[in-house]
Design a protein around this ligand. Structure first.
Ligand code: ASP
Length: 330
C-alpha cells in the first residue's frame, strides 16, 4: 500500500470549527480549503453509518430533496437518493424524459415549476456547462451540481478526496495522476481544483487531442506519455472515454487508445509500488482500464468510491441544510 507522506495532517482542527457558508454547491472552485475539509470531516461522521443495520437519521426530516437529472446516471442519482433518504428527507426523482422538458419546456420554466413546489434541496445534472449555476439564480432553495456538461462535478471530487483520505490518511503531498479523456471530463476539472487545494501534486495524462488547451494553467503538470506521467504516483485516477461528447475522431481506434493510455498491470508498475487505482465509473473495460487492474481488490478503490459517495453526499446535504437555516435566521 502507498504510504502516507510524513507531515500530512489528517485534518486541521480549525476546519472542524468553521461553518459551511455556501448556499449552493456548484463548483469546487467556489470553496476554500476550510470549507472543503469541513465537508470531508462531516463525511467521516457519516461513513460508519453505512455499516449499521438501521441507517436512518432525522436531520432532514420534513425537508424535500428533488433529484433533477437531464443526463443519464446510475451511481450519482441513486447515491443522492440514498443520502437524502438516510438523512430523513422526502426525495423526489424527476425523470426528465417523461417530464415537460421532453415537451419543450425550457430550463428556466422547469426551475419556476420546481420552485413553486418549495423544495429545500435541488440536485441537478445537465449536459450544458453552467446549467446548475443558472438554476441556482432562479430558485429559492439550495442547488447541488451533480455534473454540468464538461464543467464540474463537485461531489465526485469530494468523494474521491474522501476515499483517498480514508485509505492513505490524507491528500497533502501525494502525487495523483489523472489519466485519459481530460478534455470532456468534469471529474478531472473538479478533481484538479480540489486535490491541489488540499495540497496534492496533480498530473494530467492524455493524448494531445484529449487535453484541453491551457490545461497546464490549472495547477497540474501535463504529460502525454503515460509511463512518464505515472512515475512515482501514489494514486492513479482513470477517466472514462466520453464518446457521447465527441464530435470528431479524437483517436484512431479503441485498441490503439488502450495500447497508449489504457491502464493495465504493466503500465501500473511505473507508478509507486502499491499505488492505488480509481475510476469514477462507468468504466469502458479494455479501453481506458483493464479488468485485471479494475477488479484487483488490493489496488482498486473503485467500489470504495461508490460507498463513500453516499457519506459525502450526506455531508453535503447536511452542510447546505444548515447554511440555509442559518441564512433564514440572519
Ligand atoms: N460519472 C461521471 C460523470 O458523470 C464520469 C463519467 O461519466 O465518465 O461525469
Amino acid at each position: 500500500m502507498a504510504q502516507r507522506p510524513t507531515g500530512v495532517k489528517k485534518t486541521d482542527e480549525s476546519a472542524r470549527a468553521i461553518r459551511f457558508r455556501q448556499k449552493h454547491l456548484l463548483a469546487i472552485a467556489d470553496l476554500d480549503r476550510f470549507e472543503a475539509e469541513n465537508l470531508l470531516d462531516r463525511a467521516e461522521k457519516f461513513a460508519p453509518l453505512l455499516d449499521e443495520r438501521v441507517k436512518k437519521l432525522d436531520t432532514l426530516r420534513g425537508r424535500t430533496l428533488i433529484n433533477l437529472f437531464f443526463e443519464n446516471s446510475t451511481r450519482t442519482q441513486s447515491s443522492f437518493e440514498l443520502a437524502g433518504k438516510r438523512m430523513g428527507a422526502d426525495v423526489v426523482n424527476m425523470s426528465v424524459k417523461s417530464s415537460s422538458v421532453a415537451k419543450g419546456e425550457t430550463l428556466i420554466d422547469t426551475a419556476a415549476t420546481l420552485n413553486a413546489m418549495r423544495p429545500d434541496l435541488l440536485v441537478v445534472r445537465h449536459g450544458s456547462s453552467g446549467a446548475a449555476e443558472l438554476l441556482s439564480r432562479k430558485v429559492d432553495c439550495a442547488v447541488i451540481n451533480a455534473g454540468d456538461g464538461k464543467h464540474e462535478h463537485p461531489t465526485q471530487a469530494l468523494l474521491d478526496a474522501f476515499t483517498i483520505r480514508s485509505r492513505l490518511g490524507g491528500v497533502e503531498g501525494l502525487i495523483i495522476a489523472i489519466c485519459g479523456d481530460v478534455l470532456h471530463s468534469r471529474v478531472a476539472r473538479s478533481n484538479v481544483a480540489l486535490l491541489t487545494l488540499l495540497g496534492a501534486q496533480v498530473r494530467l495524462i492524455g493524448p494531445p487531442t484529449l487535453m484541453p488547451a491551457g490545461a497546464e494553467k490549472w495547477g497540474a503538470k501535463v504529460f502525454h506519455d503515460m509511463r512518464a506521467g505515472l512515475k512515482d504516483a501514489d494514486v492513479v485516477m482513470m477517466l472514462r472515454v466520453q464518446r457521447e461528447r465527441m464530435t470528431g475522431g479524437f483517436f484512431p481506434s479503441a485498441r490503439e487508445y488502450f495500447w497508449f493510455y489504457g491502464l493495465d498491470e504493466e503500465k501500473l508498475r511505473h507508478a509507486k509500488p502499491g499505488a492505488l487505482v480509481m475510476h469514477p465509473g462507468p468504466m469502458n473495460r479494455g479501453v481506458e482500464i483493464d479488468s485485471t487492474v479494475a477488479d484487483n481488490a488490493s489496488v482498486s478503490l473503485i467500489e470504495t468510491q461508490v460507498r463513500m459517495g453516499v457519506a459525502v453526499r450526506m455531508a453535503v446535504l447536511e452542510a447546505l441544510a444548515e447554511s440555509g437555516a442559518n441564512e433564514e435566521r440572519s
